[in-house]
Design a protein around this ligand. Structure first.
Ligand code: GTP
Ligand code: MG
Length: 373
């Protein structure tokens, strides 16, 4: 296993999530440095902290330095130069995880596109610096080579986009096919590691990989689910994460787009998370769903892992999330099977109500206002 020194925020949930990401990418964290602020101009961290880091890195000799923020290319370059080591920022780390997880042709293309977008942003910065004449030969590349490199990335992105478009059309055909056959569809959505795949397996009798590592699932799988002897289709999806840059959501759009066309969305929430984590993850899920244009009428909230908590504790968290008035809420356990029948009942209610009246476009503003960014 490769080793890493992790630099992250001085908050427990940030530390845990960053450690989870390192773990998922296959890095053993040998030392953690926490800071309140990680966006200083030159190195992200201050000169003093950098000196400390240099000393520790010389002693522990990690394979990489992981920086749990988004670094500008120049900051990355400055850090790597002082530390004589590869520096991975949060985006690069998430991309590594996605790359190792992508198994279907489509998800491989999506990851490739996201990687090129990442490189593109860096190439742009290189061009800018080269033009300013500030750093000629920045990162060992001259201005001319940068232009060639930049155009090459653009070209490769176009090729991948058109392949993804084709895959998207294929998806659309499948969707229409399912619709013609009269199948109603259900999608599981939620923050990474909330328990979507465990719930999927429990309800369908499947054996897809579930694990405590982040981003276990990158490819959407659809299976049949029976509710009162009636067949439905249920899909497991890629998990959300906060601070996922827009271009990554963009790259995974065709997968996430399933969520717009689905009849019911089960938003899986890990109710065992701390209040701070719950807040962050819930608002990130809500924002993603709202950005995708999902109608709120279609959403059922499944408070998962309720086997780990007392009822009063669950109630307290429900109130905190402002969901106590919500009738489409059920605490479940994908592990023990608790309230799975109730969850299926709620799903069926939504589908039945949809055949009477068209779903309203419901405002997400209330939720957004409560949770902001
Ligand atoms: N105690 C308990 N653990 C659960 C429950 N549901 C899931 N887990 C655990 O939570 C972890 C994550 O579960 P997954 O089903 O892989 O989560 P996911 O949402 O599919 O995650 P990604 O695919 O990574 O986005 C696993 O270790 C599961 O065993 C539950 O109801 N109770
Ligand atoms: Mg999963």
């Amino acid at each position: 296993m490769n080793s890493a020194i992790l630099i992250t925020y001085d908050q427990e949930d940030a530390i845990n999530e960053a450690k989870g990401l390192c773990d998922a990418a296959g890095y053993e964290v040998v030392h953690i440095i926490t800071q309140n602020f990680l966006q200083k101009p030159k190195y992200g961290i201050s000169g003093g902290v950098l000196e400390q880091l240099e000393e520790i890195a010389d002693k522990l000799r990690p394979n990489v330095i992981i920086y749990d923020e988004i670094l500008k290319p120049s900051q990355n370059y400055n850090l790597a130069t002082v530390l004589h080591r590869e520096v991975l920022d949060r985006e690069a780390l998430i991309l590594e995880i996605f790359e190792s997880r992508a198994s279907s042709a489509e998800s491989k293309l999506q990851v490739k596109l996201a990687q090129l977008r990442y490189e593109m942003a860096r190439a742009k910065e290189k061009v800018r610096l080269a033009n300013l004449g500030e750093q000629p030969g920045f990162m060992g590349i001259g201005k001319f080579e940068v232009d060639v490199y930049y155009n090459d990335i653009k070209h490769r992105m176009q090729t991948i986009r058109s392949k993804l478009e084709k895959a998207g059309k294929q998806r659309e055909l499948h969707r229409q096919g399912r619709k013609r056959m009269g199948f109603k569809t259900i999608s599981l959505a939620g923050y990474t590691s909330a328990g979507k795949t465990t719930l999927f397996n429990k309800t369908t009798g499947e054996t897809r990989t579930q694990s405590k590592e982040l981003f276990t699932t990158l490819t959407t799988t659809t299976r049949r689910l029976m509710i009162d002897q009636e067949p439905f289709l249920i899909a497991d999806t890629v998990g959300f994460i906060s601070k996922l840059p827009a271009y990554m959501i963009d790259a995974f759009k065709s997968t996430l787009e399933e969520l717009i066309h689905t009849d019911v969305i089960v938003l899986v929430i890990d109710i065992n998370d701390s209040i701070a984590e719950l807040k962050k993850k819930f608002s990130s899920c809500m924002r993603t769903l709202s950005e995708l244009g999902v109608e709120q009428d279609k959403v059922v909230y499944a408070l998962n892992k309720s086997d780990l908590l007392k009822n009063e504790e669950i109630q307290r968290k429900v109130e905190f999330l402002n969901l106590s008035e919500n009738k489409k809420l059920v605490s479940v356990s994908a592990k023990t099977g608790k309230n799975i029948t109730e969850l299926k009942g709620l799903i069926k209610e939504i589908i039945e109500s949809q055949s009477f009246h068209k779903p309203k476009t419901n405002a997400w503003e209330g939720v957004e206002k409560t949770f902001g960014n």
